[in-house]
Design a protein around this ligand. Structure first.
Ligand SMILES: Nc1ncnc2c1ncn2[C@@H]1O[C@H](COP(=O)(O)OP(=O)(O)OP(=O)(O)O)[C@@H](O)[C@H]1O
Ligand SMILES: [Mg+2]
Length: 299
């Protein structure tokens, strides 16, 4: 971190604020996790689906909500064919409970609608209706993972603001990092109450992943006074592309893969509310080193 003391101070302040914030008291644990990014195509849908599968595999009742309205593709990645989508909720008045598709490992999936222009540009009224439906529904699950879509449109921000944790996905490309910072900036300006964490995707090395996370975290503290944690990373890995082509998500069907292990670490951070560096070099160095070495040497 650029300014570790400042980060720790802000974290302590945030914990105190969380304890005092009444709108958190209805929920005893963090359940809604929104996955967003500034730039498109950085791996959100794969990370959201596989994180949801990992949580489901751990025995947590989990639902993936594909809120990438207009261009949702989670069910394609999950290898299932939905009977209903969010389009049926918004246009045909179906209840959210009626449109769940059963995914692998008992994962519930609310399928996004693909190619529906009016869903990509929801009216305020529909957006509020959908967001309320999701809030009520989320309380019935241990975790709801929302694939929020890319960018900073009102659709995306509405879902990210509903969340308890926002995972902002960035790759090491400068354009992706700049857009990730743009998303963090808007969330911060809108006083998003969620914990914001970065997930670095497609890294060539741990060092590269850490650099991306530290730069985003440092800039956020320096310019926004916003703490941003590091929830983990995935390597550039052809196994991810293969799982997309096979419609066979790695956290369900290739659990020993390096990508699945990386997702498992992200799930640890999400579940325990800690940063990857908190379970890392400084605290339990050797254990973490062992894990990093395994990631390097494996596959
Ligand atoms: N760690 C990785 N290693 C290699 N390829 C990856 C990795 N992560 C994602 N990809 C590739 O990037 C593609 C896009 O991923 P994904 O659909 O998850 O991105 P997205 O952020 O959801 O995109 P969009 O913004 O269009 O919704 C995948 O189909 C895969 O081919
Ligand atoms: Mg996507």
């Amino acid at each position: 971190m650029n300014d570790q003391a400042e980060v720790l101070r802000l974290k302590a302040e945030r914990t105190r604020a969380d304890e005092l914030t009444c709108n958190r008291t209805h929920r005893s644990r963090e359940t809604i996790i929104a996955v967003g990014s500034g730039k498109g195509g950085v791996g959100k849908s794969n990370i959201a689906l596989n994180l949801a599968l990992e949580l489901s595999w751990r025995g947590r009742s989990t639902c993936l909500i594909d809120a990438d309205l207009g261009m949702g593709n989670s069910t394609i990645l999950a290898g299932v064919t939905p009977r209903y989508t969010l389009g049926h909720l918004l246009r045909d008045g179906k209840r959210i409970e009626e449109i769940i598709t059963q995914g692998p490992l008992n994962l519930g999936i609310i399928a996004g609608a693909n190619g529906l222009k009016e869903l990509a540009n929801l009216s305020n009224e529909d957006r509020i209706r959908l967001s309320r439906a999701i809030s009520g529904f989320a309380g019935k699950w241990d975790y709801c993972v929302i694939d929020s879509g890319a960018g900073i449109s009102e659709n995306v921000l509405t879902f990210m603001e509903k969340a308890d944790q926002c995972l902002v996905v960035a790759t090491p490309e400068p354009t992706s990092m700049a857009d990730a910072f743009g998303l963090i900036k808007v969330l911060s300006e809108r006083r998003c109450r969620a914990r914001i964490s970065v997930v670095v995707n497609r890294a060539d090395s741990v060092k590269e992943a850490r650099n991306v996370a530290e730069r985003l975290s440092g800039l956020s503290i320096q310019f926004l006074n916003q703490t941003v944690d590091w929830a983990g990373f995935l390597f550039e890995d052809s196994a991810v592309q293969k799982s997309v082509v096979k419609r066979s998500p790695f956290s369900a069907f290739n659990r020993n893969s390096r990508a699945a292990q990386s997702i498992s670490r992200i799930a640890d951070c999400v579940e325990k509310g800690i940063e990857i560096s908190d379970i890392g070099e400084d605290s339990i160095g050797n254990k973490f080193k062992g894990w990093l070495e395994r990631l390097f040497c494996d596959g």
